[in-house]
Design a protein around this ligand. Structure first.
Ligand SMILES: [Zn+2]
Ligand SMILES: [Zn+2]
Length: 336
């Protein structure tokens, strides 16, 4: 089968052996129809967390072509999935930090979504695999995992009624985050350096978004909406400057949700947190429950994702990567 193998920060298309169900006993073989290129794939590549030879991709949509399972899934089922499964029975799981569970981190699909076929374990089928409703396109269904990540962040922020949230960074994750905040009925605002993204966010239901060209000007314009600052801030941008902006846009006592990897070693200052009574909160990866919520929001159309992605064939994965890095596109969907 064809797969995109990582080779020194680039992808090379190679023929590799197809996963064989008999080798694992239970589980399923899925023919991948498409897979989203996630920001975290790019971070993993650039920080050397994944090495040459790895096969990335986890926002998978596909069809079950072979199965040996006690679950109700069958050959021919169209599915979308989450790639990590928590054990539900450890300190992290008991604390609700499912994505910190060591078993969660150890589980995965094999070999990765940028391949024609993957092996999905029985444990995945039981917890993190979902049938895709006929009213959803493959591209829409590929948002199952990224939307679930955002839902988890919004749940963790425990946003109160009649409060205002600000999303810093309006890439695909920023847009999804804003839509997730809206699901809970709260006001949501956004800001970004790119004008088109500011406009696009308003089409996706943001109450208002701001162009972040000059920090002072933007903060001044924001004062009309949130004179004291925003109650909750979601940091989805990867630039270290956004961290300082988040601090300035936050009201005293605000919650700042950290939802991106920032390359430079910079942090929130102790005394900002102390004297301003700020809550700085991380959110990473979704639980099976978040995936379930995500699928029902996509199915019901309460969260709309059509129009966010650009489609590339597997052979053009490198182009998809460079277009994403150059901010030419919001999100790449790799069609197999
Ligand atoms: Zn992802
Ligand atoms: Zn666990």
């Amino acid at each position: 089968m064809k797969a995109a193998i990582l080779n020194d920060n680039r992808f090379v298309i190679r023929e590799i052996p197809k996963p064989v169900l008999d080798e694992y006993g239970t589980g399923a073989i899925v023919k991948v129809t498409g897979c989203g290129l996630c920001g975290s794939d790019i971070v993993k590549m650039r920080t050397g967390k994944v090495k040459t030879g790895a096969i990335l991709g986890h926002e998978v949509v596909g069809e079950i072509v072979e199965i040996n399972s006690k679950t109700a899934f069958a050959v021919g089922d169209k599915i979308a999935l989450g790639h990590h499964v928590p054990c539900f029975n450890c300190t992290y799981c008991w604390g609700g930090n499912y994505s910190m569970c060591r078993h969660f981190k150890a589980t995965n699909i094999i070999p990765g979504g940028f391949a024609e076929y993957i092996y999905v374990s029985e444990e995945h089928l039981n917890n993190t695999v979902f049938n895709v409703n006929l009213n959803l396109s493959d591209i829409e269904a590929s948002f199952l995992e990224p939307l679930a990540c955002c839902l988890r962040a919004v749940k963790r922020a425990k946003i109160k009624d009649n409060t205002k949230s600000l999303i810093v960074g309006l890439g695909s994750i920023g847009i999804l985050m804003g839509e997730a905040v809206k699901v809970f009925g709260n006001k949501v605002y956004g800001c970004d350096l790119i004008y088109e993204r500011v406009c696009l966010s308003e089409k996706f239901g943001f109450d208002k978004s701001f162009l972040l060209n000059d920090e002072e000007e933007t903060l001044n314009a924001m004062k009309e909406i949130a004179p004291e600052g925003f109650d909750t801030i979601f940091l989805t941008a990867g630039a270290s400057l956004s961290l300082n902006f988040a601090l300035r846009a936050a009201r005293d006592g605000a919650t700042i949700v950290v939802f991106s990897s920032i390359k430079d070693i910079t942090g929130f200052k102790n005394n900002d947190i102390y004297y301003r009574e700020l809550t700085i909160l991380g959110s990473y990866s979704p639980s099976p429950m978040d995936l379930e919520d995500s699928m029902s929001l996509l199915e019901s159309g309460k969260v709309k994702v059509a129009g966010i992605s650009n489609v590339y064939p597997l052979e053009k994965l490198n182009e998809a990567l460079s277009d994403t890095l150059a901010n030419k596109i919001m999100k790449a969907y790799i069609q197999l």
